[in-house]
Design a protein around this ligand. Structure first.
Ligand code: ZN
Ligand code: ZN
Ligand code: ZN
Ligand code: ZN
Length: 113
């Protein structure tokens, strides 16, 4: 039996559907069909693909498909992105963005738009 490719201690019984790693039951989420590593890095919007970054506004992990680049290296999920676009249309986009990115509490869940 092959060893779990996460802990290298227990026998692998499952295969992750994303990374194809073979893992032990402890490192596999049966409900999601994913190894624990992928499960922790999963896009919180679609829950289907691995996240590439987190949304600068709401802090959720997002994959490439569920996010858009606001500025190089700065991503927002589609929801927050469209909200920013809304603000931008009213001419408040940049100020809104600065407030979000500039404040250390920008990632806080209590943010209320
Ligand atoms: Zn393991
Ligand atoms: Zn995996
Ligand atoms: Zn996604
Ligand atoms: Zn967001």
């Amino acid at each position: 039996m092959s060893l779990c490719e996460v802990c290298w201690a227990a026998g692998a019984e499952y295969e992750c559907r994303l990374c194809r790693r073979r893992v032990c039951p402890k490192h596999f989420r049966v409900d999601a069909g994913l190894c624990s590593v992928c499960h922790e890095n999963l896009c919180e919007v679609c829950g289907q693909r691995l996240a590439v970054d987190s949304c600068v506004v709401c802090g959720r992990l997002v994959c490439r498909q569920c996010s858009a680049e606001l500025q190089p290296g700065i991503r927002a999920c589609r929801e927050c992105y469209s909200r920013i676009r809304e603000h931008a249309r009213r001419g408040a986009g940049l100020r809104y963005l600065e407030r979000v990115i500039g404040s250390p509490r920008g990632r806080d869940k209590t943010y209320n738009g």
